[in-house]
Design a protein around this ligand. Structure first.
Ligand code: UT7
Length: 319
């Protein structure tokens, strides 16, 4: 059997930092409220002119270096993003040219905060069916471009960044199971107020969210996907080494960890420093914990995410 193994990880955060105290000067909020309700203290923001592809490029170069792969080795590029540089070409095509990868399939995946899990699943299927042997999978976002900086209920949440993995075909596990879901009936609870074919009233689209309702569905849905993933693999609660969750809210992360039977010491949390970076948050968290030595070869990781759509999903893998 052919598995997809993570051969290397990389990430990149833009230099500029926006603290909760900075936000206190912009909208009617407080550091205390933001920390208590979300767990966020700071987030990084792209500079003017710095694009999603710029962030993706840095993350991808680090992942390639960590995996010791050359541009010619890569035969598939998938970028998960909600905030592409352009309507087209895809950010994956822009990245492919930047990295001088040559001819290989390159495309974007749009599943908002679940985008990286979707992209990982798709790349895994390419590798398992022989369509690719070495895939670059990236989650990259400039969410700050679609944040309404006058809306205190959302502007405190989001940040920019990118994370990447190199997946290689291997006889050893690898990704052992993936579980993807979507339910478009919830589209109105977490959305933008327009787009390309349905333009927003004031120019650029902005995030609109019914936070409390999203929160409740997220906790229940992520609890259910933990059960689904454990059952599909015949695993007990507490048998996974690490939870690498999407970083939307520390309270959601704690609830999911409880469901998984893991103490918070076995959960990778980056939300305090990075906020919610949508599709970038899981590969950013993964790279952080790989580089600081917490996640080691042979350990079992559960990746999970929930986001606009609604979309949700998980990946269970041996690192
Ligand atoms: O990544 C994709 C998935 N996204 C998520 O999973 C996000 C899910 N939602 C959340 O994380 C939380 O719902 C939020 C952090 C967005 C909000 O926390 P909450 O505990 O659900 O607060 P709430 O929306 O119920 O609002 C409580 C109060 C309201 O005031 P009243 O009506 O009780 O007087 C809000 O107006 O907090 C007020 N509020 C704020 N106060 C200070 C809302 N935003 C702020 C703010 N600062 N930034």
């Amino acid at each position: 059997m052919t598995y997809s193994r993570i051969a290397g990880t990389g990430s990149h955060l833009p230099e500029k930092v926006l603290t909760n105290h900075d936000l206190e000067r912009m909208v009617d909020t407080s550091d205390q409220w933001i920390v208590e309700r979300t767990g966020i203290r700071r987030r990084h923001l792209a500079a003017a002119g710095q694009t999603t592809c710029d962030l993706a490029e840095q993350a991808a170069r680090r992942a390639m270096e960590a995996a010791a792969v050359r541009p010619a080795d890569i035969d598939l590029v998938i970028v998960a993003t909600t905030t592409p540089d352009r309507v087209f070409p895809s950010t994956a095509c822009l990245l492919q040219a930047r990295l001088e990868l040559g001819d290989c399939p390159a495309f974007d995946v749009q599943a908002v905060c679940t985008g990286f899990v979707y992209a990982l699943d798709v790349a895994n299927r390419f590798i398992q069916t022989g369509g690719a042997r070495c895939a670059l999978v990236v989650g990259a976002e400039t969410m700050s471009r679609i944040v309404d900086w006058s809306d205190r209920s959302t502007c405190i949440l989001f940040g920019d960044g990118a994370g990447a993995v190199i997946l290689r075909a291997s006889d050893e596990p690898g990704i052992v199971s993936t579980h993807l879901h979507a339910d478009g009936r919830y589209q109105h609870l977490l959305t933008t107020d327009g787009g390309v074919s349905d333009p927003p009233p004031g120019g650029n689209p902005h995030i609109r969210m019914s936070g409390n309702e999203v929160f409740r569905v997220a906790v229940n849905t992520l609890g259910a996907i933990v059960d689904e993933t454990l059952a599909a693999n015949g695993l007990e609660q507490g048998s996974v080494d690490w939870l690498v969750p999407h970083q939307a809210n520390i309270r959601i992360i704690r609830a999911t960890a409880r469901k998984l039977g893991l103490p918070m010491e076995r959960v990778i949390v980056t939300i305090e420093e990075q906020g919610n970076t949508s599709a970038a948050s899981i590969p950013l968290a993964l790279d952080t914990a790989v580089r600081d030595g917490r996640i080691r070869r042979g350990e079992t990781l559960l990746l999970e995410a929930f986001g606009g759509g609604f979309t949700w999903g998980s990946a269970l893998l041996v690192y």
